[in-house]
Design a protein. Structure first.
Length: 192
């Protein structure tokens, strides 16, 4: 049996950096949409899905490795997870609104600033620690796991699901299926 030696896959840090740049671009693009509520609604759905997937797969893949391999990893992971839990609540509140609602753009702008601040914190504190304390092959394997998770994780925020890899693993699967069915129904209705 041949091993999967796909060197084209990013390692975990490269994957996460790519996602952070995507979030920057999405929030900037939203700002440029002006008064186009339909385009804003569509882009906001993308933002919700991408951020929800990102946080879920980080909980399953990244934080357990940070805890296991990085000195002081529990504290480092706990701080970032607490921030992510707050972001999930903010995103869930926004998800109950519409870009047509008064104050939505202001709230989304503040949320986006928090997301990007959180991403910078990860880039400054978490990513260097991963590079220093986790073997390059393990980072590659984590990157492959993140790629797979990116295709199957929940696409909506679930702030009531407890944080942690086990909770995401147990609750994430059913939530992902329901989220993706809901997404498909909304896309179908939007076409009609």
């Amino acid at each position: 049996m041949a091993t999967d030696d796909r060197t084209d896959l990013p390692d975990a840090v490269e994957f996460l950096l790519r996602e952070h740049r995507m979030f920057e671009e999405m929030f900037a693009r939203y700002e440029r949409l002006g008064d186009d509520v339909d385009a804003k609604r569509h882009l906001f759905r993308e933002i919700v899905a991408e951020l929800s997937v990102h946080e879920a797969i980080e909980e399953i893949v990244v934080w357990p490795e940070v805890r296991a391999s990085v000195p002081g990893g529990d504290e480092l992971a706990d701080r970032r997870i607490a921030e992510e839990d707050e972001l999930k609540h903010m995103l869930a509140a926004l998800d109950r609104m519409s870009p047509a609602d008064a104050g939505f753009d202001t709230k989304l702008r503040a949320f986006g600033e928090e997301v990007l601040r959180h991403a910078r914190e990860e880039e400054e504190h978490v990513f260097p620690a991963l590079r220093q304390h986790v073997d390059a092959q393990v980072l590659k394997e984590m990157g492959a796991a993140l790629e797979v998770g990116d295709r199957v994780a929940p696409t909506r925020p679930h702030p009531r699901v407890p944080s942690g890899a086990l909770a995401q693993f147990v609750a994430g699967g059913p939530a992902a299926v329901l989220d993706r069915v809901r997404d498909a129904i909304e896309q179908f209705r939007a076409r009609g």
